[in-house]
Design a protein around this ligand. Sequence first.
Ligand code: FE2
Length: 220
Amino acid sequence: MNFLDRRERRPITPSLRDHVLEDLPEIAQITHDELRSKTIEAWAYALAQSAFDRVTDIPGEANPGTLRLRRGNQADHLRSVTRIALAIADDFVGAFPEARIDRDIIIAGGLLHDVGKAWEFDPENQARWQGDPSQSGLPALRHPVYGAHICIAVGLPEEIAHIALAHSHEGGFQTRSLECLIIHRADDPWWSIAGAAGLLDPVSDGILAGRKITPRLLPG
Ligand SMILES: [Fe+2]
């Protein structure tokens, strides 16, 4: 039995918050002060409850052991998805100014959609879940569910918790918000495009083949 401990494994320090901002500099583009500070707090809280010191320490993988970047880490994925989602939002609003898309929610939601991966990728959790999936489940909770928990725990708006929960397959059971739909559409093909461009480790080849994707060879 593993009791979910609400205390941090490590203290949330000013340097931990500084590292979140260093690793995810797009946070500075969030114009709403409380949303910006709670975006930092959510990642700091998630990291403090995990084995990872920084967002850049979390492997660049879609799920543990699958679709793994050859080079780069989870921050590269989060930042790219956020920039793609912003490009979608800005293009629509540019062409159709009557469209109402909340840029702050796109940025915070894009940078936090995988905040639950700090827990799902934690080696200690993985060892426990893989040790006896019949006891714990494998994983006990996927990162969208744990990510929603983090967002709620630090007092983020429900719009952000919704994006953490519904950006992935879990959202298939819900009506997604407009901003969540944009994050979902930026995130869902990201790993396929990375794979087609040859940016994923060969461990990903089986899944790519199932998607009828052949990795393009990289120079050299
Ligand atoms: Fe993602």
